[in-house]
Design a protein around this ligand. Structure first.
Ligand code: ATP
Length: 335
């Protein structure tokens, strides 16, 4: 079953443009001029139930605008959109019961009341029967380790504590789809790791679909097997994290330490016909740089170990962060 189905989804904003000078301001009074910004430009996106998808892009790429349409906050300018089988904007009331939302900067908990009171209020908002509410909430409290925080007002919590409570609040009605916008921003390493672990668990146990928007690519690496990359309102990559690495992560390096002394040409000879560039790092240390998906690491290694006495081998892969930076710099469509 599809959680999200978007076809040619587009959002345009009309932005008022003022003319310079006093004369311009006067003319603006009678005849306003607008410029149209296409924040999201005819995107097609299908997400299956249970998938964990990373939605990434530079500032202003159109991520928030997409999420706002997917959560029903904004009405699309054009295109088709079904989320959990609903039109998010048109059928908002039924639709919101099927999603959970965590927007890093905004809270859905009431600031001045104790956390558990917020949970109770949300139970009423979503009309969750007590027999469903209690055991599930107890489970969240345990896994997220928020029991000591329940009787504290939200304003007294640290960011990491609040984030864990936000997650419990977003999941209190057991939504099929969870939207996360920068869920680990500003958190320390340990809390980040706990939250990632928790998200993996709920995805596995309840089959919750997760759409994650983040600038922290470590979140994506830890959680998502699929990445959708947006640039100027268009999807420029939609596929596996591994494919992204294979296609863009050129410069994959193999560091080799040999037992005996070899010349550079002896090593070069082993990978003849392959797109491998060799560098001599020291008397018995060499580096092979593999070109973009053409030369495969296992094949290079097996050719080397057949004829060269090797002491140590180390493989260095480009990080997702480097790959993404490169894609934006080169501005090429590889998908
Ligand atoms: N309400 C609005 N009115 C006019 N323009 C808008 C509005 N909201 C967004 N935009 C414009 O649409 C484009 C996409 O913005 P959006 O906030 O979706 O990007 P983003 O990828 O979420 O960026 P960031 O990572 O900075 O949050 C930008 O050019 C932005 O200025």
């Amino acid at each position: 079953m599809l959680s999200i189905k978007a076809e040619s989804l587009t959002k345009e904003f009309k932005v008022f443009q003022s003319r310079p000078g006093l004369k311009g301001a006067f003319r603006d009074l009678f005849n306003r001029q607008y410029r149209v910004i296409r924040a999201v430009d005819a995107i097609d996106l299908s997400v299956n139930q249970g998938e964990m998808v990373g939605y990434i892009g530079e500032n202003g790429a159109g991520k928030s605008t997409t999420i706002k349409m997917l959560t029903g906050i904004l009405q699309p300018t054009s295109g088709q959109l079904l989320v959990n089988g609903y039109d998010p904007h048109g059928q908002r009331e039924q639709f919101v019961r099927t999603i959970g939302v965590v927007f890093g900067q905004r809270s859905q908990l009431w600031w001045d009341i104790a956390v558990q009171e917020s949970f109770r209020l949300l139970q009423k908002v979503y009309r969750i029967p007590e027999q469903d509410f209690k055991p599930y909430l107890d489970r969240m409290i345990e896994v997220l380790n928020i029991s000591p925080l329940l009787d504290q007002p939200v304003r007294k919590l640290s960011l990491g504590q609040r984030m864990r409570c936000e997650l419990a609040a977003a999941l209190i009605h057991q939504p099929a789809l969870l939207f996360l916008d920068e869920p680990t921003i500003g958190l320390d390493v340990l809390v980040k790791e706990n939250i990632r672990q928790f998200l993996k668990e709920i995805n596995k146990e309840f089959g919750t679909t997760i759409l994650l928007t983040t600038h922290d690519l470590a979140d994506i690496e830890a959680l998502c097997s699929r990445v959708v990359m947006l640039d100027k309102g268009k999807i420029i990559y939609d596929g596996g994290l591994q494919r992204l690495r294979n296609e863009w992560g050129d410069g994959k390096k193999i560091h080799i330490e040999t037992v005996d002394t070899y010349t550079l040409s002896q090593l070069q000879a082993q990978t003849e016909g392959m797109k491998v560039h060799w560098i001599e790092e020291g008397p018995m240390r060499f580096t092979a740089i593999l070109e973009n998906g053409n030369a495969k690491v296992p094949e290079v290694i097996s050719r080397i170990v057949e004829h060269v006495a090797v002491q140590e081998i180390q493989i260095e892969e480009a990080s997702t962060e480097e790959i993404v930076r490169k894609i934006y710099q080169e501005g090429l469509v590889h998908a």
